[in-house]
Write a protein that binds this ligand. Structure first.
Ligand SMILES: Nc1ncnc2c1ncn2[C@@H]1O[C@H](COP(=O)(O)OP(=O)(O)OP(=O)(O)O)[C@@H](O)[C@H]1O
Length: 257
């Protein structure tokens, strides 16, 4: 296995009836990189994420993390292996406080389980680390509120905090700022920006907003009808006529002859 690859999909494919939603996508992602996945509505971006994170089982193909084939693993087992998917609001514990939610995520990562002595002796360190995470997602003021009582934007920030607490090797962000108010967006983008500086983290981002993509991405891949149709540095991919015309809905840069 090449040490420059953390996550890889090989011929990843899923069919729903006769419709091929993801079509033989082979792509490798390295640590220290942020790859944006773009394409028109229905192109297969979210389905690709669902196949990587294990929410969907492929019709064909493989998902490898650090060379290990995860294709047969459940979604929780993949999380445990180091694949972190953000924005599954179902992962919040609604009746627990914001701090307790983060602490539980930290605890699950450290496999403390139900060994009470272990839990107690690590309690202080866990709380301190949880407080650091809360600060980085700008939720310190909400620490004692139940997760269910948070506004939607804060719940999403808490989701990112829990994901950070798990400290995955690969972060999967699916439209992380969708549905957020204008003043909440910078907090999330800043977090992603800081994660990106970590040389051992691999980040995949599905994002429609091209200004965000331009700013954050080292690389863009384009999906269309489930297939990988472009892959390269952001400026080159964005400028390519095929992307301008067909995939981003922008004015054609040159007339077809
Ligand atoms: N569970 C499913 N059953 C049947 N068809 C599905 C299922 N999930 C996705 N699809 C279909 O697969 C295709 C890809 O959908 P997907 O949501 O991955 O696209 P997308 O690129 O994420 O789109 P958007 O930008 O609108 O979120 C669509 O045609 C969709 O209708």
């Amino acid at each position: 296995m090449s040490s420059g690859i953390s996550l890889e999909t090989r011929d990843l494919t899923i069919r729903f009836g006769g419709h091929v939603a993801v079509n033989a996508v082979s792509c490798a992602f390295g640590p220290g990189t942020l790859t944006a996945i773009v394409g028109p509505n229905g192109a297969g971006k979210t389905t690709y994420f669902n196949l990587i994170s294990g929410q969907l089982k492929p019709s064909a193909g493989q998902v490898l993390l650090h060379g290990r084939d995860l294709s047969h693993l459940s979604a929780p087992a993949r999380t445990h292996a180091g694949l972190g998917r953000a924005f599954q609001l179902t992962s919040l514990f609604p009746n627990l406080s914001v701090l307790e939610n983060i602490r539980l995520a930290l605890q699950s990562r450290r496999h403390l389980g139900l060994d009470l002595w272990h839990v107690w002796s690590h309690h202080k360190a866990l709380t301190e680390r949880a407080e650091q995470v809360l600060e980085s997602v700008a939720l310190t003021a909400r620490r004692d509120q139940p997760a269910a009582a948070l506004p939607h934007g804060d719940q999403r920030k808490l989701e990112v905090g829990m994901l950070m607490a798990l400290d995955p090797a690969v972060y999967l962000f699916d439209e992380p700022t969708a549905g957020m108010s204008v003043d909440e967006v910078p907090v999330i983008l800043d977090l992603i920006r800081r994660l990106r500086l970590q040389a051992d983290k691999t980040i995949l981002l599905v994002e429609h907003k091209m200004d965000v993509v331009r700013e954050l991405a080292d690389r863009i891949i384009v999906l269309h009808n489930g297939a990988l149709v472009a892959d390269g540095e952001p400026e080159a991919v964005i400028a390519s006529p095929v992307v301008q015309q067909a995939y981003l809905g922008l004015a054609p840069v040159e007339e077809a002859t």
